[in-house]
Design a protein. Structure first.
Length: 197
């Protein structure tokens, strides 16, 4: 499995992202020394795509597949793409507050901590649907790791398209999110322009 080993704060700086979108509390004090450099239209489009890939922890090939899938769906391709990315299981686990970061959420799913509708799912890219119930496995609920995570991440604001019961470590997908419900600073129209060349 390919793993992105670039330091998170360094990557956030180069993409002009706040680390808080990834679940990190750290702040970078260093400034980017790219002032007065004009970025081409292609450069802007590429940066938006890299931003989306970095936030959701998706590599190029699966990201391209998500784009193709979004293009075939009804409605706006950019909005569909953001909805697909947001409904990945690792992202939903992060949004519910069962992980501090998306990387940790991916690991929690990989290590068989999570069930969807009572069935064990260990595929981070699994796409959840409206009405799905995501729960931490019974045997893992009392582990010290999960208690620590929920203590730290449990106070995070849960988006309105999800419903969570922190005590039971259980969440429900009320509906798939619309673009207004997704608080990610990505201009998806630039990604669509980049891929439709």
């Amino acid at each position: 499995m390919a793993v992105n080993k670039v330091p998170v704060l360094k990557r956030c700086r180069s993409l002009g992202l706040e680390p808080s979108y990834l679940g990190y509390d750290k702040k970078s004090n260093r400034e980017l020394k790219r002032a007065n450099k004009k970025v081409s239209e292609y450069g802007l489009q590429l940066r938006e795509k890299q931003k989306a890939k970095f936030i959701y922890g998706v590599l190029e090939k699966p990201f391209r597949n998500y784009y193709d899938k979004a293009d075939q769906m009804k409605g706006m391709t950019g909005t569909n793409l953001m909805t697909i990315l947001e409904s990945r299981l690792d992202n939903v686990v992060f949004r519910l507050g069962f992980a501090r970061t998306r990387r940790e959420a991916r690991q929690i799913v990989d290590h068989k901590f999570v069930t969807v509708n009572g069935k064990l799912v260990n595929i981070p890219s699994y796409l959840v649907k409206a009405g799905d119930v995501i729960e931490i496995k019974e045997s893992r609920k009392n582990s010290q790791r999960m208690k620590d995570v929920v203590e730290v991440a449990g106070g995070r604001l849960v988006p309105e398209w999800l419903d969570v019961d922190v005590e039971k470590m259980q969440g429900t997908v009320k509906e798939l999110p619309s673009r207004e419900m997704i608080d990610v600073p990505v201009d998806e129209m630039l990604i669509v322009e980049l891929y439709s060349k």
